[in-house]
Design a protein around this ligand. Sequence first.
Ligand code: ATP
Length: 459
Amino acid sequence: MKNSEKKMDEIISFAKEKGFVFPSSEIYGGLAGAYDYGPLGVELLKNIKDFWWRENIYKKNNYYGLDSAIFKDPRVWEASGHTAGFSDPMAECKDCNARIRVDKELEKIGVRADEKMSEEEINKLFSENKDKIKCAKCGSSNFSEAKAFNLLVKSNLGDFTSKNSEPVYLPGEACQGIYLNFKNVVDSMHPKIPFGVGQIGKAFRNEISPRNFLFRTREFEQADTQFFVKPEENKEAYERIKKERWQWYLNLGISEENLKWSQHDNLVFYAKDAWDIEYNFPSYGFDEVEGIHDRSDYDLTVHQKASGTDLHFNDNGEKFIPWVLETSMGLGRVFLAVLSEAFDLEKLEDGSERRILRFKKELAPVKIAILPLMKKDGLAEGAMEIFDMLAGDYNVIYSDAASVGKRYRKQDEIGTPYCVTYDYDSKEDQTVTVRERDSMEQERVKISDLKEYFRKKFN
Ligand code: ATP
């Protein structure tokens, strides 16, 4: 099934029905812009993170991992420019007070705009096109002027007794933790330049209108790498990183027809180049999943100035502030891309329909389902022994409810690559049936060979 034939509403309700994603605080009516990952979702998310970590940290000899604290000195966000400039253009509907994000509304009607434009630029486009934009809540076009709305989320941690004390913000982007630890990584790991630091961390943004399920939330995770290079030795590395990141999505099981590059027209003043990788989401269309940015020496320079700590790199006596090439991927958006890509309805020869998640084996939340043909006659016990044998190596489940045919379908629906059925013959000849998800082919395998069989299948 092509993505153009898939419907996001169906994927969203399917994700909830099967335990992938739940609205946050649902029993209280749900909190906008926040989602919880359920029992299967947490596995898929973890598998995507592991896949990212393996390719971006383990497989490279000059990349290091990091996990920095959420709470940071408030001066970090001042130095980085977030307290002053991390904003989106917002307008209010004068009839019902609903808020809209003006650049995104302009984009929807085909006007090129983005959040980095000045208030004046965006308001010019807004006033020229106001009557074409309708409030999603009441349908009116009676909007206020666009104003910059800061996205940083404040916490109440900190000292508020002194008048000038800044609140401690939650991170607006995960990467700042990497800049703050640049010196620590250099002093402890003694890397040669160029080198990279990667981190998977939470980010929080007071999004004006959280929307499109996991696509625009107020709390999300980013998987970031920051690659430190010699000044002006950025171009070649940037091209290499772009190629690697594109390939990563293909390796993840995303088809190339659903991926697209998009270059930023409006660069922030310090950036030298910026490209996004976009995914073709069902119903929503192409939109950003990852940004790849050439950030020059901006970040380390501003933190050196604000903190008073020397952040030069000493390369055999040659001292300089490294340039930074960033990759920043939103995990929620990639999760949604993987789920959308895998979602399929297959017409079978007998005319019936099979709902299936065609995950790459590595990403599947459950790897193997163990199914006794019947619960009675010692078959359940035999199947449980196989469960115990494999459970330490894979996420395995045992299921004995309903007919085997129905249980196969249930496993197809959640993308389980293999089902193992223990039947009456198994008791006699110590073999089981292994059924593969996509081909539905079955083969008999000796129980004593199962560990080795799956080791090969999952390698
Ligand atoms: P957008 O233009 O969609 O608001 P952005 O350009 O501000 O995104 P970046 O600051 O470059 O995004 O963040 C890097 C990545 O973090 C994005 O590519 C995206 O995958 C993810 N991300 C950013 N904002 C959100 C959000 N509100 N919800 C979920 N993921 C997000």
